[in-house]
Ligand binder design. Structure first.
Ligand code: HEM
Length: 436
């Protein structure tokens, strides 16, 4: 018994030491404006790499070799890469012995006091439970239903804007003109950002796209928190119709301005890039797969199956928030020690043949699978239904308005479009299209 306690204490001590060294090093790099991801050795980036829309074959080989596999990282961190579907589900669903709070490791590197990027994802119970309970009522099907007509309008407005560009002989970029503004404006609606402030919000949220920007990205986090704090202060005087106004009305005395701004920022972080990447990459699938194109355009009910398969196949959030073992445990037959990090490869798990047969094939008629594109367990995506609403509205509207939609004739082939190379949220930076 005492050996177990000693090992756990040793693990915690080691994690603290590693954290201290990592923090100093990351802060040093961040002061010089160096991107933290570039310090990872090449093999550590493998789970983030793709070949077009597909995870690289090394991810499949890792899963076939061992669904929970030792994964060396710098600073002497002992990490495990989880690529099996069953094992991934077990880690994400586990409620004790794992922590999402990794402030001991990289938390404050480059992020100054008061810049905490609000994140349910980096919070453990009981704090996580308290914050998540405040948000849950805003994400019920009934509350979200009020956004349905607004999402339709947002999509139609974007289609009008694309048509206007094409009529004027201007290039149309599906990322810039469709995939990015739709989730950004939807989050404005969700939060209740007044129309007069939307341009500023749009500019900030687009800048937040730079997830790998190191020091620059932290500046944007800070800027968006300052902006959101201003929104909260204004809504304290006059609560608006959205989520922020509702939270102020119901819990204004329990939540300070910083907490509210951080919650809003967490929704922006969680909901923007993910949905935008899905919209853009999903459009690529429609452009390359004529069967799916016709299905989504002509059969209104088929969009449900198409979107579910898209979520599984693309799994744009490639890795879940890292989990840290707070006690020794066995997972997938592997002994994990307190202090070890678990990296769950959602994109690996969703291509596991134990989840569905022939998982490397995109099949919009596949029966729904219990995929992990939105995670699982207490940190499962709170915006999953909202994201589905956006996707289910956007694609059929796009194809019905522009039944001749295709890659711009002078554009590089689909496989050569500017895909992100090592981004936690996989995506593409531009997608030039012709509308007819
Ligand atoms: C297709 C779009 C989306 C995808 C693929 C996606 C994916 C995910 C995944 C995989 C997680 C869990 C990560 C983990 O357990 O480590 C997550 C959590 C989260 N997502 Fe999403 N998401 C999407 C859209 C949204 C939207 C629209 C919002 C809100 C407006 C949102 C807000 C959040 C938040 C706040 C969390 C943290 C939940 C918690 O820790 O309790 N997401 N998302």
């Amino acid at each position: 018994m005492s050996t177990v306690v000693d090992r756990s204490r040793l693990g915690a001590l080691r994690a603290r030491l590693v954290g201290w060294a990592a923090r100093r090093y990351l802060a040093w790099r961040s002061r010089r404006g160096l991107d933290p991801v570039t310090l990872l050795p090449d093999h550590a980036l493998m789970p983030l790499r793709r070949d077009g829309l597909d995870p690289v074959p090394a991810l499949r080989e890792a899963r076939e070799d061992a669904p929970v596999r030792h994964f060396p990282l710098p600073f002497g961190v002992t990490a495990w890469l989880v690529t099996g579907h069953e094992e991934a589900r077990a880690v994400l669903g586990r409620t004790n012995g794992l922590s999402n709070d990794f402030s001991h490791l990289v938390g404050q590197a480059g992020v100054q006091e008061g810049q905490n990027p609000g994140g349910l994802g980096f919070t453990d119970p009981p704090e996580h439970t308290r914050l998540r309970r405040l948000l849950t009522p805003e994400f019920t099907t009934r509350r979200l239903a009020r956004l349905g007509p607004r999402i339709t309008e947002i999509v139609e407005d974007r289609l009008d804007a694309m048509e206007a560009l094409a009529t004027a002989g201007e290039p149309v970029d599906l990322v810039r003109d469709f995939a990015t503004p739709i989730p950004s404006l939807t989050i404005c609606e969700l939060l209740g950002i007044p129309y007069s402030e939307r341009e500023e919000f749009q500019a900030l949220s687009t800048a937040r796209f730079d997830v790998l920007g190191g020091a620059a990205a932290f500046d944007k986090i800070s800027e968006s928190l300052v902006y959101l704090r201003g929104v909260v202060e204004r809504q304290r005087v006059e609560p608006g119709p959205g989520l922020l106004g509702q939270l102020i009305r119901d819990h204004g005395d329990q939540l300070d301005t910083d907490e509210l701004a951080e919650l809003a920022d967490g929704l922006l972080t969680g909901g923007l890039e993910t949905s935008a990447s899905m919209l853009a990459l999903g459009a690529m699938i429609l452009l390359r797969d004529l069967d799916s194109f016709a299905l989504v355009r002509d059969e209104p009910d088929a969009v449900h199956g198409f979107v579910e398969e898209l979520l599984r196949y693309l799994t744009v959030v490639q890795i879940a928030f890292p989990r840290f073992a707070t006690e020794d445990m066995t997972l997938g037959g592997v002994a994990i020690s307190a202090g070890d990090a678990l990296l769950v490869s959602l994109s690996g798990a969703d291509r596991d043949p134990r989840l569905t047969p022939d998982p490397e094939r995109f099949d919009p008629r596949r029966p729904p699978t219990p995929h992990l594109a939105f995670g699982h367990g207490i940190h499962r995506c709170i915006g999953a239904e909202l994201a589905r609403m956006e996707l289910r509205t956007a694609y059929p509207a796009l194809l019905r308005r522009f039944p001749g939609l295709r890659l711009a004739p002078d554009a590089a082939p689909l496989d050569d479009q500017p895909f992100r190379t090592t981004s936690i949220v996989y995506g593409v930076d531009a997608l030039p299209v012709a509308l007819a």
